[in-house]
Design a protein around this ligand. Sequence first.
Ligand SMILES: Cc1cc2nc3c(=O)[nH]c(=O)nc-3n(C[C@H](O)[C@H](O)[C@H](O)COP(=O)(O)OP(=O)(O)OC[C@H]3O[C@@H](n4cnc5c(N)ncnc54)[C@H](O)[C@@H]3O)c2cc1C
Ligand SMILES: NC(=O)c1ccc[n+]([C@@H]2O[C@H](COP(=O)([O-])OP(=O)(O)OC[C@H]3O[C@@H](n4cnc5c(N)ncnc54)[C@H](OP(=O)(O)O)[C@@H]3O)[C@@H](O)[C@H]2O)c1
Length: 487
Amino acid sequence: MVNRKTVAVIGGGVSGLAAARAFDEQGHRVLGYERTHDIGGVWEPSRSYPGVRTQSPKDFYRYTDMAMPDDYPEWPSGQQVHAYLHRFADKHDLHRLFSLNTGVRSVDRRADGAPGWRLTLESAGRSVVQEVDFVAVCTGQFSDKNIITHPGQDAFLAQGGQVIHSSEYIDPTTVQGKRLVVLGGSKSATDIAVNAVENGAKQVTMVYRHNVWRIPYHIGGINFKWLLYPRFQEVQFNGWGRSPLQKAVAAIAKPFVWANLKGLETMISVQEGLKKHNMKPTVPIDAEVGCTIPLMTEGLMKYVRAGKIKPVIGTYDRYEGDEIVLSNGERVGCDLSVLAVGWQLGFPFLNQDSLDKLIDRDGLYKLYRFCVNPDLPDLGFVGIASSFATVLNADMMAKWLVRFADGQLARQPSDAEMRDNIEMMLNWKRHERPAAQPYGGLCTAPFHLKYFEELLEDIGAKKCRPVYPRAEVYHQSLRAAPDYRAG
Ligand SMILES: Cc1cc2nc3c(=O)[nH]c(=O)nc-3n(C[C@H](O)[C@H](O)[C@H](O)COP(=O)(O)OP(=O)(O)OC[C@H]3O[C@@H](n4cnc5c(N)ncnc54)[C@H](O)[C@@H]3O)c2cc1C
Ligand SMILES: NC(=O)c1ccc[n+]([C@@H]2O[C@H](COP(=O)([O-])OP(=O)(O)OC[C@H]3O[C@@H](n4cnc5c(N)ncnc54)[C@H](OP(=O)(O)O)[C@@H]3O)[C@@H](O)[C@H]2O)c1
């Protein structure tokens, strides 16, 4: 008999919806909290810039039990994803579970020492305390802006200049005739640079610290999904937990893998003309394949070639008058400075004691299956680790987490097993695969198949080994898993 729990779900994005659905489905009482006025997280329209669309093809950016509509394009727009998330919430009647405009300010152990947690909620200026048996943290990696400033910013603003974070780039009509400088070299930066050109910016300069590999939507005319997601590609990278035999095979195959990845680099480089524009990264692509590798915004290289976007390697040194002085000494005229410098990973509502248990000294998170920490009982994370298929990731994690919380995994780990596994994963990230370190080590790409198969085996779902991470195959596999109801 599984006891019915009161479960707090913090966050109403992709992951919060997955968690609410999973705990609700098994019969728990779900209390969802979303601090903004709507569900959707990064896809809520007021949070994303015009023209944003997924990087993941739609087959990989979906819940296991609900495909994106047939009439959606291969890479749906932000609005379409938002509508899809609402439809998912409608389908499973999830809206009733969420309190909107309700932020979670703190999460502490219950004062009387009983299991569970004590949440302090904030809504309409009022503070309320709610005690729960279990907490699912679903606040994502991209909720809190990375705020940085540079010397001279106040004077720059005073003389009429503007400085915004990439997430505040909402209305492109305002860029007409302006000189834009975008700081950062990842996906938000290139999307905004291209969007600004297309909306009549007078001049666009993109300043970033180093070149990164960007995957074109099509490589040699082939949709990148056929090259990046399949099993034959995934096994080329050094995944975690390999046996001595697997390591020996990998050593033998190394020259072939090297040749394959060099071939990929060459194709991208030649197709996009990277060398000519000093945009070819110096590191091999293998060293970057993970969640930091962005797709190449369509139009980026066309506008670079046309001189409409000027890439500069460096960073800001200071603002001076209506100019930005760069670290290489160059001065760039600027009306609007867009800081596309990413997000602050963190959980401000967790107290220091919890954070110390969760995060190692070098910033790597200590989580079993990217979901739970044995020193933080009755608490788990959904979607904290992203990938190239984050909705699928979140869905599978949520289904795993509820069974873990209920002691219903077919392979329920012991405390010692969790600790050993966490240690193994930390070692792997530190010594075997540094590409897995960014974002606190919270990325499962490019090991989608490996990770999903671990979760499915833990759950006791039907064994499956699709060639691609195919949601409908996982759905069938999960339907065959042992079921139960809390109550
Ligand atoms: C512009 C953009 C495009 C992306 N495109 C892709 C893509 O194509 N493919 C891919 O795999 N990934 C993509 N990502 C990554 C993306 O973050 C994930 O795919 C996914 O949307 C994350 O969902 P989430 O629910 O985990 O987090 P979020 O979407 O960030 O949702 C977290 C929610 O928690 C809420 N919240 C935060 N703190 C609190 C609190 N204290 N109390 C209450 N509520 C709180 C936030 O308001 C937010 O609604 C993209 C990210 C961005 C920023
Ligand atoms: N679907 C889409 O189309 C889409 C659109 C936007 C974003 N996304 C996703 O959303 C996530 C966040 O992307 P993002 O582009 O917003 O952020 P990001 O990937 O974290 O990139 C941040 C960028 O800012 C730079 N930076 C950070 N701090 C800096 C500093 N102090 N000075 C100078 N540069 C600094 C980083 O440079 P270094 O590398 O040198 O640190 C990096 O280029 C990613 O997963 C991305 O794939 C997807």
